[in-house]
Design a protein around this ligand. Structure first.
Ligand SMILES: [Mg+2]
Length: 191
């Protein structure tokens, strides 16, 4: 093997993928659980969600709303039972089988995840410290101790960020139209 090919073979693309609202449908499942537990309370339809945290939109609706909202996602099994974002698991499986690509789930350690035990999981409250080439995440502002993280943030479109204009970031709209693959291949070319 020539030296050049040897070097090329070592270049692997590290893709970090957030969990909530990128792989697991937190918002959709929260709303369905909330409506079934509190059918007479007001709620925010997904089309009208526009904040990262639920509480920022819900808490002001009534005196007990703060507690009601938390009672849903603090319920036992809530995170275990989250359905997948359509196509996510197939896409991640295919991505992790792509030549030269390593996929890591990169999630904040707020809750006990048992969703995807086969994947490599990095729990990091501060994702700016995690080393990777791409971070696919639905959170618009990812800040931390490192102001110049190694990864490029790709914003995964979610109900709460769909109307936010973000400059200088690529978006991934879904896992189903195949655009994720073009995105990964483009990054691989630039390694
Ligand atoms: Mg998320």
């Amino acid at each position: 093997m020539s030296k050049k090919i040897g070097l090329m073979a070592e270049k692997r693309l590290r893709v970090l993928v957030d969990m909530d609202q990128v792989i697991a449908d937190f918002e959709g499942y929260f709303l369905s659980q909330f409506r079934s537990k509190y059918p007479n309370d007001p709620f925010v339809p997904l089309e009208e969600r526009n904040t990262f945290y639920l509480g920022d939109q819900y808490d002001g609706m009534s005196d007990d709303m703060h507690d009601k909202v938390r009672s849903i996602y603090h319920a036992e099994g809530f995170f275990r039972d989250l359905p997948e974002i359509e196509g996510a698991l197939d896409a991640l499986k295919e991505m992790s089988e792509m030549k030269g690509v390593d996929v890591f789930i990169c999630s904040s350690p707020l809750f006990d995840y048992t969703y995807s035990p086969k994947e490599k999981i990095i729990l990091a409250r501060d994702k700016t410290l995690v080393n990777g080439h791409i971070l696919i995440d639905d959170r618009v502002d990812i800040k931390g101790a490192c102001t110049d993280p190694t990864w490029q943030h790709v914003l995964f479109t979610a109900c709460h960020n769909k109307n936010i204009k973000v400059k200088g970031k690529k978006r991934l709209e879904n896992w189903t139209d195949g655009s994720w693959k073009t995105l990964i291949e483009d990054f691989q070319k630039r390694l």
